[in-house]
Design a protein around this ligand. Structure first.
Ligand code: UDP
Ligand code: MG
Length: 140
């Protein structure tokens, strides 16, 4: 049994895809452990995306991720982290296969904006642990 941390990003919330995304998690057989809706601060984002803060596109990510409320959550199940990465699809929706969340609901990025791709998921056990503590302030 493994836990992963996920975000339904502002585009997912604004486009009414919260139910669709949570449904995919539930019908896959995963168990929701925590769920919340909130606005994100640039400070929290800098910690969350600590590996990306020095990239030229980071300000665009901040604009994107602070453009509206997000849903944050944790779910558990066998190989939850790798399964969710596959369910999300590739970072760039152009590369994301149909059947994945990004491949079904997002478009290729435009040249001058962030990559709007609906969802986030931890990419390792270490990031899952770090992100759960960062966003929920405790073990979930
Ligand atoms: N991102 C972006 N432009 C890029 C790379 C990333 O706007 O060139 C955004 C995109 O929303 C992505 C997030 O930053 O989901 C985090 O990037 P990462 O490489 O961690 O991709 P992910 O783990 O979300 O697939
Ligand atoms: Mg990532």
């Amino acid at each position: 049994m493994e836990k992963t941390f996920f975000i339904i990003k502002p585009d997912g919330v604004q486009r009414g895809l919260v139910g669709e995304v949570l449904h995919r998690i539930e019908v896959r057989g995963f168990k929701l452990e925590a769920l919340d809706m909130r606005m994100v601060t640039p400070e929290l984002l800098s910690q969350h995306y600590e590996a990306l803060v020095d990239r030229p596109f980071f300000p665009k990510i901040v604009d994107y991720m602070t453009s509206g409320p997000v849903i944050i959550g944790v779910f558990s199940g066998n190989e939850a982290i790798a399964s969710w990465r596959k369910m999300m699809g590739a970072t760039n929706p152009l590369e994301a296969l149909p059947g994945t969340i990004r491949g079904d609901f997002a478009q290729a990025p435009s040249e001058n904006g962030a990559t709007f791709n609906i969802v986030h998921g931890s990419d390792s056990k270490e990031s899952a642990q770090r992100e759960m503590l960062l966003w929920f302030g405790k073990e979930v």
